[in-house]
Design a protein around this ligand. Structure first.
Ligand code: HAM
Length: 430
């Protein structure tokens, strides 16, 4: 029965997108660069589930953060468990590290991950509800070189993708010893300006005064220009830690900017935080890798006191930046060298074997086995710009031969089927 009613056409859910074949080359290229780099520096891949217990994210990212307050995709299972689609990778990696006994392995444990993350954000250019992150975490070492190595790697990755006009923005949030003094100074600073800040910041003033610093409202940004700086409140150890990281970065010539307005939107950070941002036109969606140190998180999630640090970058944002700068990436598949055109039942049946023999021989070939007209197949061969077309018709299939046509000259020759692969290889070389 034909249904005459027009069916609803579905669209990708708001804030999500399809990754079309023409864009796959960017994904492959970025992942190859990233994996080669991270592998060389001793990071091993880990994959965690797409959802975790809601509590894991609430406890690690922090109850008062935008992510936990507004952006979690949470579902209740039939059994009554609360699960959340992961909004980021760090909490899940720490959970997996404790869950799988990686904490008894030699430290530091260096892990990297790649996969989709989910945040119920207001979608805009560079901000999605499903986006892919690549992240790296070094667990079990508090020394400055770990922070420096992670920042160096994040920067090198971006640079190796042709994004060379980026800077590392860096700040320190101190530790539980020195942070209270800074928060007190910050509250003091904002106390007599509270009437001038936006309505959201009026709420932030009470329980997350740090977040007032990076409010995007122009009025709040103007006020934030005068804030006291965290570096002036760091205790001796935190100051030395921060200073040594900067010295390491100087040594490896990673360009950085001390940014007192950098606070980041997750509660688990201690000491170093950083983001890699473009030299100009910075928006709320500009950050590529972002991360920092989180020396309290593992303990908070039930492990022993274990320092750690890491970063993650959005892949869509990297691709956006590469496209804006017209950075070319190699095609996923090399261009085909030959095209196999077939005509007639017998030839069509034998074509798949012939095509397969070229794959085995490492010769890039294309065909259009569904087509029946030689004319349209030759048109495709021309469009692909192949050097040779093999014409395999009814007569050739029965004779055990194939016609080899050189596309530029149009010269055709009949070759025995069993010799065709070697013949094509020989001619492609010359
Ligand atoms: P984050 O700053 O929330 O940090 O995210 C890291 C990066 O993910 C951002 O800089 C951006 O490139 C990308 N990103 C975040 N949200 C979106 C979105 N809605 N759409 C597109 N891209 C987005 C974290 O997630 C921490 N776990 C990083 C970390 C690892 N810290 C220590 N270790």
């Amino acid at each position: 029965m034909i249904n005459s009613k027009k069916q609803k056409q579905f669209q990708a859910p708001k804030g999500t997108h399809d990754i079309l074949p023409e864009d796959q080359k960017y994904w492959k290229y970025i992942m190859k660069k990233a994996e080669t780099l991270l592998d060389y520096y001793g990071f091993e891949r880990i994959d965690t589930p797409i959802f975790e217990s809601t509590d894991l994210f609430v406890r690690s990212i922090g109850e008062g953060t935008d992510i936990v307050e507004k952006e979690l995709f949470t579902l209740k299972t039939k059994g009554g468990d609360m699960l959340t689609l992961r909004p980021e990778g760090t909490a899940a990696v720490v959970r997996a590290y404790l869950d799988n006994g990686l904490n008894v392995k030699p430290h530091p444990v260096k892990l990297y991950y790649f996969g989709p993350m989910f945040r119920h954000e207001q979608p805009q250019h560079g901000r999605y509800r499903q986006f892919f992150q690549l992240g790296a975490e070094t667990i079990g070492d508090s020394s400055e070189i770990v922070d420096a190595e992670l920042i160096f790697l994040a920067y090198k990755l971006i640079e190796s993708l042709g994004l060379d006009n980026y800077n590392v923005h860096i700040n320190s949030l101190g530790c539980s010893q020195c942070r209270p003094a800074y928060l007190k100074a910050l509250k003091e600073f904002y106390k007599n300006k509270i009437k001038k800040v936006c309505s959201v910041c009026k709420i932030r003033f009470k329980d997350s005064v740090l977040r007032m610093i990076d409010c995007k409202e122009p009025g709040c940004q103007e006020i934030a220009k005068e804030i006291p700086q965290f570096v002036d409140y760091l205790d001796e150890e935190c100051r030395a830690h921060f200073k040594h990281i900067l010295e390491f970065l100087d040594e490896v010539k990673v360009p950085y900017i001390l940014n007192p307005h950098l606070v980041r939107g997750l509660d688990y950070y201690t000491r170093t935080i950083f983001e890699i941002l473009p030299n100009e036109n910075i928006t709320a969606q500009s950050a590529l890798p972002g991360g920092g140190r989180y020396d309290k998180l593992i303990n908070l999630l039930g492990g022993s006191k274990t320092p750690a640090a890491g970063w993650a970058t959005g892949i869509e944002r990297i691709i956006m930046a590469m496209k804006e700068r017209n950075i070319n990436v190699p095609e996923v598949r090399p261009k085909p060298k030959i095209f196999l055109a077939q005509l007639g039942e017998v030839a069509k049946r034998k074509s798949l074997n012939l095509f397969e023999s070229f794959r085995k021989a490492g010769v890039e070939a294309k065909s259009s086995l569904g087509r029946d007209s030689i004319k349209s197949q030759l048109r495709i061969a021309h469009r692909l710009g192949v050097k040779f077309t093999l014409i395999f018709g009814q007569k050739e299939a029965l004779d055990g031969t194939v016609i080899l046509k050189e596309m530029e000259s149009g010269v055709q020759e009949t070759i025995p089927l069993e010799k065709i692969v070697d013949e094509v290889k020989k001619r492609l070389k010359s």
